[in-house]
Each structure stands twice: as structure tokens, then as C-alpha cells.
Design a protein around this ligand. Structure first.
Ligand SMILES: [Zn+2]
Ligand SMILES: [Zn+2]
Length: 107
């Protein structure tokens, strides 16, 4: 996968984008559809792809899973950037906001 940022995607504005499926015997016994890719034909690169069984969430966890829960990676109370090594239960060094994974009873 080659697109992670706004600027990565911006490079392909106006290009010819196609969505293609691959049957790959590495992934299945029968060569059935195993991978779907969104490609830029102009550049010849895959912008985004998923293999059978993939969930998009896994690609969001490229840095810290706790930090990724917060929009823009900042503290929701004071907007200070959350450290990359934050772990569940750590608190903001600026305002004391506790960072944690969503609890089932939060709703
Ligand atoms: Zn392109
Ligand atoms: Zn804070």
C-alpha cells in the first residue's frame, strides 16, 4: 500500500484510478478472489489494497493504538500532542486527561 497521507493521495489527482481484483493461489486453494486493489494506472502503483479477511482497522494502527484513538493524536482537553509511546491508562502531561481504550460501558 502506497498511500498514507494527504500528500501521497494528492500526487494522484487527475490520474487514472482503477479497482482490480486478484485471485491468488498463495491465499486460497482455488484461485478465487483473494485481493482487491485500488491502483493508479498512470503511476503503476497500488494506492490501497485489502486481502481477503483483512479489516481496514489494522491499517490505522501504524503507530500507537492508543494515540490513534484520538483525532489528530492530540489530547481532547488541551490539544497537546499525545506522546507516541503512550499506553492505556497514561495521563496527559499537561492537563492530566487519562488516555484509555474505549470501555464497553462508556456509551
Ligand atoms: Zn498516480
Ligand atoms: Zn491534555
Amino acid at each position: 500500500m502506497a498511500v498514507y497521507t494527504f500528500n501521497d493521495m494528492r500526487n494522484h489527482i487527475g490520474h487514472r484510478i482503477v479497482c482490480v481484483g486478484y485471485g491468488d493461489k498463495r491465499y486460497t486453494d482455488h484461485g478465487e478472489l483473494a485481493n482487491v486493489s485500488v491502483k493508479c494506472e498512470t503511476c503503476g502503483v497500488v494506492l490501497f489494497d485489502l486481502n481477503q479477511g483483512d479489516h481496514y482497522e489494522k491499517f490505522l494502527c501504524i503507530d500507537n493504538p492508543i494515540k490513534n484513538l484520538y483525532p489528530d493524536g492530540v489530547c481532547p482537553d488541551c490539544s497537546k500532542e499525545i506522546p507516541d509511546d503512550v499506553s492505556d491508562g497514561d495521563s496527559c502531561s499537561n492537563c492530566g486527561h487519562v488516555f484509555h481504550e474505549p470501555r464497553p460501558d462508556d456509551k
